[in-house]
Design a protein around this ligand. Sequence first.
Ligand SMILES: Nc1ncnc2c1ncn2[C@@H]1O[C@H](COP(=O)(O)OP(=O)(O)OP(=O)(O)O)[C@@H](O)[C@H]1O
Ligand SMILES: [Mg+2]
Length: 265
Amino acid sequence: MKLVLKFSGKNIDPHKSAFLKPVVELWQKGTKLAFVHGGGPQISKFIEKMGKKPSFVQGLRVTDQEDMDLTEMVLSGLLNKALVGMLSQYGVAACGISGRDANLFIAKKHIINRENQLIDIGRVGDINQVNTQLIETLWNNKILPVVSPISSDGNGKSLNVNADWAAAQLAIALRVEKLLLFTDVPGVLSDPSKPDSLIEILSVNDVPLLIQKGIVTGGMIPKLQMIETVLRGGVEEVFIAEGASLKFVDQLFKGKSIPGTRIIR
Ligand SMILES: Nc1ncnc2c1ncn2[C@@H]1O[C@H](COP(=O)(O)OP(=O)(O)OP(=O)(O)O)[C@@H](O)[C@H]1O
Ligand SMILES: [Mg+2]
């Protein structure tokens, strides 16, 4: 089986590597994995250290050039290499790359259209080309790719791409069976203040209304926006689940679900 796993920055503690054990087991069993990571809280922390206040529009981080530099340092440097280091402690040969390496992700500037008003949120991108050659090369050499979503703008500069969008585009391009998005909540909730209000099965058709009604907000918006494209693009199943659900991943190999939200067409 081929899988793209995406981990939230909220799941990553560089001092505690135990959360990676199920990833190591999957990899050692011969599953072809690409491990994409975000870094929301870590990026915000560094932006705040610069005396600035992080801001978001429709769940996407507004990124001026200074924020872009910081975001790239935190994602492609600090977190990416921390993950590679933790995996290597488990005996896994991992290679930390970003979308800029070997033109993995080429993106164009993302412009938000809100009620016919165009909003420029800076160095934020949409991936429009994925070159999987590097991932295939790593897989063929039994090296686990760890992917930061920072992408190339095609002109030698970087663009900040939401990590869920990067994972989604990678899943399509690699033709994986499943895309697993691990986050800090049990899945999509019908009442975000109640962790027990999990929506176990969600149809992509229900997504626009959830956003319109304000049930889905913040970082859950970009996560869900991309899923229709992913399912249309040939990926069989998408799951949104809490990091801890990774330990149930074996159930997917038996055709079952993992605790979380399973999204269907
Ligand atoms: N209806 C909802 N159900 C569940 N979570 C929701 C909902 N609406 C908004 N959210 C928020 O979405 C957040 C997850 O998105 P967020 O972008 O913050 O994290 P992530 O994408 O997992 O990590 P990163 O941004 O670091 O890659 C949750 O922590 C929660 O606060
Ligand atoms: Mg997010």
